[in-house]
Design a protein around this ligand. Structure first.
Ligand code: SF4
Length: 452
């Protein structure tokens, strides 16, 4: 049996794709190794969203070069978005790579490996499909509490800064029956939470059902306690969807709502299809329908032609909304995007740095204040396992997706426990569990909960 080593970069969709790749290769008699030294095949499943994602891969290929020098037979594959985006044109280290494959080509990987092993040469496969949704592949997941499940792939939005419509193709949704069947299997495997994934997840539409319908169907699966989704686009939030979220206790009260920018001219240039005002109205509507909702966001600073005054609009929206958490990035132009063709990356680096520092400081203050405000309150926390920093402490998440660290106790991963918050930083809550409170928790005694 040939051994495969896979490294994954980028977003949750890439993590999910690696699970698909593992399943496809396993069905073709490949096994997996954690050691690249022992591998017959080394795959890098890559990301193209930002320049530093590319730089990381170039760095890794430099290291893999030594591997190939020691063992000329090892097959090296570059998979995913960067591969699709550059289409084999790596500019450097191209010689090192035997297989280039994009996100819709994974079912053909076994044949590509076989061809390289038996005939040598290189294989390129960048075919994008309007239909491939991998609904017939059951991902090979690591057992745990949360399972990612892609309910749609691709994107039709063509935000001008984004490579996704070019690397992942047109938007397509899996049938609800197919999604629900996978969720039922996940429940049988004792996963407690599913996170529905899509590049533009709330524009899901299949067989006459929309995303609100899909969420309701998924919530009917016994054994699944929590449902999350990411990432939605602010343009697709009908009342029905928010009402389903508000009424259904299994759907977590957390929305990741990418702002990207707060200035109308920049938003138009980004082709985001909303304005500063309509975004703020949407936030009010969401908070009106789901009062305790946690809101997080993505922001890009220094997009083409962004002035100091434009940036102040973004700052003002962040100050007004008070997101629970924000992922803030400096704009980096991506090859082959609309922005690459039409605009120039003309904001000086020191301006981008100045703006990202200001926004990060603002967000840190807001996150800290919001987290400290819940000290003394109790939350249901889904236990995920030992904390990475200290194995004597455990880690879980609130319904609003806040990380809670607490003392190890008589519970297991997958339990939902009532936890009182006793301290907080900008990123983390610290809790103590009160065993007597477990009897009143929504999901019964943690001790009785089965783990994964
Ligand atoms: S919605 Fe815009 S930012 Fe998101 S994946 Fe689609 S094109 Fe990219």
């Amino acid at each position: 049996m040939k051994k495969v080593y896979i490294e994954t970069y980028g977003c949750q969709m890439n993590e999910y794709d690696t699970e698909l790749i593992r399943s496809i290769l396993k069905a073709n008699n490949y096994e997996f190794t954690d050691s690249q030294q022992n591998a017959d095949v080394v795959f890098l499943n890559t990301c193209a969203i930002r320049e530093n994602a590319h730089s990381k891969i170039y760095g890794r290929l430099g290291e893999i070069k030594h591997l190939k020098e020691r063992n000329r037979n090892v097959v090296v594959g570059l998979l995913g978005c960067m591969s699709q985006n550059l289409r084999g044109n790596l500019k450097r280290q191209e010689e090192l790579v035997d297989i280039f494959a994009g996100p819709d080509s994974y079912k053909r990987l076994p044949a590509m490996i076989e061809s390289v092993l038996t005939k040598g040469g290189k294989k390129y496969d960048f075919a994008l499909s309007e239909f491939e949704d991998y609904g017939d592949v059951y991902p090979q997941r690591v057992p745990g509490v949360n399972a990612w499940i892609a309910v749609m792939r691709g994107c039709d939005n063509f935000c001008t800064f984004c490579v996704v419509p070019y690397t992942r193709g047109r938007e397509r949704s899996r049938s609800p029956e197919n999604v629900v069947a996978e969720v039922q299997r996940l429940a049988e495997e004792r996963f407690k939470q599913v996170t529905l994934l899509g590049q533009n997840v709330n524009s899901y539409r299949a067989d006459g059902y929309d995303f609100a319908d899909l969420m309701m169907m998924v919530s009917e699966v016994d054994g699944i306690e929590r449902i999350r989704f990411t990432s939605p686009h602010p343009k697709d939030f009908p009342d029905k969807f928010l009402e389903v979220m508000a009424d259904n206790p299994k759907i977590c009260n957390h929305i990741h709502l990418p702002l990207q920018a707060g200035n109308n001219r920049i938003l138009e240039q980004m082709a985001r299809t909303y304005t500063k005002q309509s975004f703020l109205q949407l936030v009010d509507k969401i908070r009106d329908k789901i009062p305790n909702v946690a809101l997080t966001t993505d922001v890009i600073v220094g997009f083409s032609s962004e002035t100091d005054a434009d940036f102040e609009d973004t700052f003002e929206v962040m100050e007004t909304v008070e997101f629970d958490l924000a992922f803030i990035f400096k704009y980096s132009e991506r090859e082959n995007t609309i922005a690459d063709r039409k605009f120039s990356d003309d904001v000086p680096p020191h301006k981008k740095t100045e703006r990202i520092v200001r926004l990060n400081e603002l967000q840190k203050r807001i996150s800290l204040r919001k987290n400290q405000a819940v000290i003394g309150q109790s939350f249901e926390v889904l236990v995920e396992g030992p904390s990475k920093k200290n194995p004597n402490e455990w880690m879980g998440r609130t319904d609003g997706n806040k990380i809670v660290i607490f003392e190890r106790g008589p519970f297991k991963a997958g339990d939902i426990i009532e936890t009182e918050i006793v301290d907080a930083t900008a990123n983390t809550l610290f809790g103590k569990h009160d065993l007597s409170a477990h009897t009143s928790a929504r999901h019964a005694l943690p001790i009785l909960h089965e783990t994964n």
